[in-house]
Design a protein around this ligand. Structure first.
Ligand code: NAD
Length: 303
């Protein structure tokens, strides 16, 4: 089970800058042929310029790798199909998809316009759906695929002013959870990274710049390259990656309570049991599907 990616073909969306560029450069160094997708727009998703993707393709080629550019937006099924077709036409297959493209339109929930909400969902959530859907057929046929989604602490924990972004990033995890289950039988694994890095997206957001400078986006990409490799036999995982630190993030569920269902269950009963329901000292990981505390309680109902 090799870490190398020789003979593999990877699509990285939004690879013209920031994290996506670093992912593309590292995947290429690991031996993969790369489709560098980027529409070359601004941080808020407006405009477009083919130079962003072209530059990264040139960098990969200058380092002895192989890459092809694609300038489509991930925000439509046709664009996503063109992105995957670029891989199929240039390199004959697609093994790895890194859903990385992203924009920001931050505003408090009170002030955010619905158009800005939808634009953020279009890129982060629908872009991930469309690109993964376009890659799913070829990956299923060849019985091999590695899909890496990009979530954010704004989605896993929340962040002021990012209702659109945070909910799109959480929606991506819902998609990943289901695809991890559906893909497993065909050796298609779906995982997510939750990165932190100084890029144009995070510069100027009022964060401590001298600290942010320690968060080189290149420090995130080894997690992506590992998740993209045959060595990765994890699916449905969320991996944090920032400033050279890595971890795995998971939902937990407390032991909770199981009431006798032969009698009515009241709000007072819930209130009395709340300290136990809320007691995280008893919590265990709540894995995908039907394991964990919920399953234990269902099992007790069957007995
Ligand atoms: P970035 O702005 O440097 O790069 C994003 C790239 O995506 C840009 O090159 C942009 O042109 C491209 N892009 C935007 N919309 C696109 C579209 N519709 N189609 C194709 N390409 C498009 O930002 P980044 O910090 O490198 O962000 C990369 C990913 O990481 C994003 O999904 C972002 O939400 C996520 N993320 C970043 C951080 C961080 O600390 N930088 C933290 C959490 C999550």
């Amino acid at each position: 089970m090799t870490l190398r990616l020789d003979g593999r073909v990877a699509v990285v969306t939004g690879a013209g800058a920031g994290l996506g560029r670093e992912h593309a450069l590292l995947l290429a160094r690991q031996g993969a042929k790369i489709v560098v997708n980027d529409l070359g727009g601004s941080t808020d998703g407006r405009g477009g310029d083919s130079a962003a993707a072209d530059k990264v393709v040139a960098e990969i080629k200058a380092a002895g790798g192989d890459a092809a550019p694609n300038y489509d937006s991930v925000t439509s099924p046709d664009g996503a199909k063109n992105i995957v077709d670029t891989a199929l036409e240039a390199f004959g297959r697609i093994d790895i998809l890194v859903n990385n493209a992203g924009i920001l339109r931050d505003k408090s929930f009170a002030k955010v316009e619905m158009d800005d909400f939808k634009a953020v969902f279009d890129v982060h959530y629908w872009g991930s759906v469309y690109c993964t859907k376009a890659a799913w057929g070829p990956m299923t046929e060849q019985k091999y695929g590695r899909v890496i989604f990009t979530t954010s602490v704004a989605g896993t924990a929340g962040n002021f002013g990012q209702a659109n972004y945070g909910s799109a990033k959480a929606a991506v995890l819902g998609l990943m959870n289901v695809l991890a289950i559906e893909g497993r039988k065909n050796n298609i694994y779906a995982n997510a990274i939750s990165p932190g890095a100084l890029t144009r997206m995070t510069s100027g957001l009022g964060m401590d710049e001298s600290f942010m400078e320690k968060l080189n986006p290149a420090f995130v990409s080894p997690a992506v390259a590992w998740l993209a490799s045959e060595r990765c036999e994890v699916t449905g995982g969320i991996f944090t990656a920032a400033g050279g630190g890595f971890g795995r993030l998971h939902y937990f569920e407390t032991f909770g309570v199981q009431f006798d269902t032969s009698a009515p269950i009241t709000v007072e009963m819930f209130d009395d049991a709340f300290p136990k329901i809320n007691d995280f000292s008893t919590a265990v990981p709540a894995p995908a599907g039907t394991e964990g505390r919920m399953q234990e309680r269902f099992d007790s109902l069957k007995r």
